[in-house]
Design a binder for this molecule. Sequence first.
Ligand code: ADP
Ligand code: MG
Length: 145
Amino acid sequence: MRLIYETHSAEETKKVGRHLAEKAAPGMVYTLVGDLGAGKTEFAQGFAEGLGVTEPVVSPTFTIIQEYYTGRIPLYHFDVYRIGDPGELEMIGYDDYIDGNGVCLIEWANLVEEILPERRIDITIDRDMEKGPDYRRIEVKEVQG
Ligand code: ADP
Ligand code: MG
């Protein structure tokens, strides 16, 4: 499965997140890759809404992980931008989250590539300045390992 979405506002990117969340099932892992300001957290906010999460979703840059339990499946939202190496992530219980019954959404997953599960959904968000500052191309790709 490979899908491409093109969005022209943060709200549209959230909508893509909401839409994809409808197909999320326990144990699924989603990676989010894109530059600073690409829209990873906007997407995550929409995704959380789509799961029915009621509390506001904030960027877990300083906490690395935020857990949300008010949706139909637990959501584990990671932002690994500030970790030094994958071992640091393993120390905070990464494997338990990955093998757990929630859905994992990992911002900056490219920084911990070595420890990503083989089965996952990779989401890449790119800008294209020729198409304007609010344009984003979102690629969603199922990886089977
Ligand atoms: P990241 O988590 O990738 O660093 P954020 O989601 O925190 O990025 O920020 C994205 C920024 O880009 C927000 O300020 C948002 O309003 C803006 N933006 C503009 N157009 C879009 C778009 N099409 N999709 C997502 N965000 C957009
Ligand atoms: Mg972010």
